[in-house]
Ligand binder design. Structure first.
Ligand code: HEC
Ligand code: HEC
Length: 342
């Protein structure tokens, strides 16, 4: 695994050096002088793998993007997926806990959707084992819809009906709607951050504090054991002691595995673009990134089930700020525009 990562890093570095070389050439040909567009910038992430039964096309992704922001999908007709997952808030909504379409409050904080296509288990407790399954569940639970009733409403919109016919050669159904949404979610990637550009040789892409912060993150502070590059997160579950001592703490991963060792354990989130998505943790209990970093670096809460990898690292305030500067340098700058709903 490590060898593969190194190989990928080496390859992207080679591509980036090659691109730089092309730009620096004295008399570049027409291709070499074309500025690299966003999509041709060397990526810090591996290529996205789309499932065999849901291959992505640009038209399918564009359709999924419209569905994502369309409140017609919900039971009330008022709430879109976007209602809790906004681009400018790192695909979250700024709330500790968010009310669903039926008015009930969620018991867990809205997670970011960045790089969600690279995960292998979805939700804070990993109970969904495919992204398509996760999307179907969110459609029913978060926006309170009966997909069998909503699909004909979508199909009744001529512009949607035409798009579904072109993309799937089929009408809008619960299955085709979910597939379009999932294909779109697989494009919501946080990549090309200043830190990625720094690692690819752009030495002035980040501040000295960010460089010092990364050294702490990968060294003395021990963060990298769980927040592993390139996603700075992984689909593994740990108890960090957040709800210790509370009356009825969230069982987390235990609900899925029924193993005591997983009680109170939650998925390690990706830290790419984490600076956009305050508040933090599965309970939304920490308002700022500095508070979240301080909590992690001081060893978390005192739960008996807490991971042994979390220790009090004795960091100074200045060191906490440096780690925050590093995490801020993981914010990506891809463009996103609100699609028009048919
Ligand atoms: C009312 C707020 C709300 C709305 C609206 C909403 N979500 Fe979410 N979303 C959440 C919450 C809360 C979670 C985490 C729940 C949990 O882990 O138990 C979540 C989790 C997710 C995840 C999993 C992320 C991960 O890291 O595992 C995906 C993907 C997702 N939502 C997509 C969608 C889609 C697609 C829609 C529309 C069909 C949608 N959401 C609508 C609040 C919302
Ligand atoms: C034992 C594995 C582990 C280690 C080590 C670790 N983390 Fe985490 N981190 C997690 C898990 C698991 C969560 C989510 C837990 C929850 O919400 O219950 C998390 C959550 C976070 C969050 C909140 C992200 C969000 O979107 O809500 C930040 C920020 C964070 N960690 C930073 C750090 C930093 C900085 C370090 C090093 C000082 C660190 N972590 C060390 C596993 C780890």
């Amino acid at each position: 695994m490590l060898a593969t990562r190194t190989a990928i890093a080496g390859l992207t570095l080679a591509i980036s050096l090659w691109t730089l070389h092309g730009h620096a050439a004295a008399s570049p040909g027409p291709d070499a002088s074309t500025p690299a567009s966003a999509s041709t910038r060397p990526s810090a992430l591996p290529p996205m793998v789309h499932p065999a039964d849901n291959p992505a096309t640009p038209e399918k992704i564009a359709l999924g993007k419209q569905l994502f922001v369309d409140p017609r999908l919900s039971g009330s007709g008022q709430m879109a997926c976007q209602g809790c997952h906004y681009r400018h808030l790192g695909w979250t909504d700024g709330l500790a806990l968010s009310p669903k379409d039926n008015g009930q409050l969620n018991t867990r904080h809205t997670p970011s959707l960045y790089n969600v296509g690279y995960q292998t288990a979805w939700y804070w407790d990993g109970r969904a084992t495919t992204l398509e399954g996760q999307v179907m569940a969110a459609w029913k639970a978060q926006i309170n819809a009966d997909p069998e009733q909503v699909a004909p409403l979508i199909q009744a919109v001529p512009e949607y009906a035409e798009q579904f016919a072109r993309v799937f050669d089929a009408p809008a159904t619960p299955d085709t709607i979910v597939k379009a949404l999932a294909a779109y979610l697989r494009t919501k990637n946080s990549d090309h951050s200043p830190w990625d550009r720094y690692e690819m040789g752009e030495t002035d892409a980040v501040s000295a504090d960010a460089i010092a912060g990364q050294a702490l993150f990968a060294g003395k502070a021990g963060c990298v054991a769980c927040h592993t590059p390139p996603y700075y997160g992984n689909s593994t579950f740990y108890n960090i002691g957040l709800e210790h001592g509370q009356e009825s703490p969230d069982p987390g991963r235990f609900n899925v595995t029924k193993e005591e060792a997983d009680r109170g354990a939650f998925k390690t989130p990706s830290l790419r673009s984490v600076a956009l998505s305050a508040p933090y943790f599965h309970d939304g209990s920490r308002a700022t990134l500095a508070e979240a970093v301080r909590y992690m670096a001081s060893g978390g809460g005192a739960d008996p089930n807490k991971s042994d990898l979390l220790l009090d690292r004795g960091l100074t305030d200045a060191e906490i700020d440096q780690i925050v500067a590093f995490l801020e340098a993981l914010t990506s700058d891809e463009s996103w525009d609100q699609p028009r709903i048919p």
